[in-house]
Design a protein around this ligand. Structure first.
Ligand SMILES: [Mg+2]
Ligand SMILES: [Zn+2]
Length: 191
């Protein structure tokens, strides 16, 4: 049996690009957070598989056309590829919360599906997000999970940080989360 791989699951809004409370509806509204492109490049260079997992209920609400989201993701991956990074997959949940799907974070559906398809070992893998729903999804999938202070992260920590203090890993941004991941990944593979 082929060996399962280590991956990094990345939330999109608030981690890779600036969060927008009313959805990023087009490429002109997609703004990379400083340092995020290079962070993805460093994770790729380390041999980690990168999977973006993003809730996009704007689709289910009819305010974000699927073609627009597809275009944003194509261009995002192109920009990252131009810098030497590689996104293996972009998974999105198009459902509204009340639809009760199994893919909307905090549920781990998108992570589990990618893990199955791409032969990922969750125990060697990481989830980075700016919301506690990301942390919950990552933990439910069995990954080490990191909250970043970018996007909604700083507010999340202020409001609910004490409820989630146990073993919570916090980083200023994806660049700092990447420092942590690369150290941990080296430690795991040395064991
Ligand atoms: Mg987010
Ligand atoms: Zn869903």
């Amino acid at each position: 049996m082929a060996e399962r791989r280590a991956a990094v699951f990345l939330d999109r809004d608030g981690v890779i690009n600036e969060n927008n409370p009313s959805y990023v509806r087009g490429w002109d509204a997609f703004h990379f957070i400083p340092g995020s492109i290079d962070a993805v490049r460093r994770l790729s260079d380390a041999g980690l598989l990168i999977v973006v997992v993003t809730n996009q209920a704007g689709i289910g609400r009819g305010v974000l056309p699927a073609e627009a989201l597809d275009d944003i993701h194509t261009r995002m991956c192109e920009q990252i590829a131009a810098a030497g990074g590689e996104i293996a997959r972009v998974s999105f949940c198009p459902h509204r919360p009340e639809e009760g799907c199994g893919c909307r974070k905090p549920l781990p559906g998108m992570l589990n599906e990618a893990a199955e398809d791409l032969m990922i070992d969750p125990a060697q893998s990481f989830m980075v997000g700016d919301h506690f729903t990301d942390i919950e999804a990552g933990r439910a999938a069995g990954c080490t999970s990191i909250l970043v202070r970018t996007g909604r992260g700083a507010d999340e920590l202020r409001v609910a940080g004490d409820d989630h203090r146990d073993e919570l890993v916090v980083a200023d941004d994806l660049a700092q989360a990447t420092d942590f991941i690369l150290r941990e990944a080296a430690r795991i593979s040395a064991n």
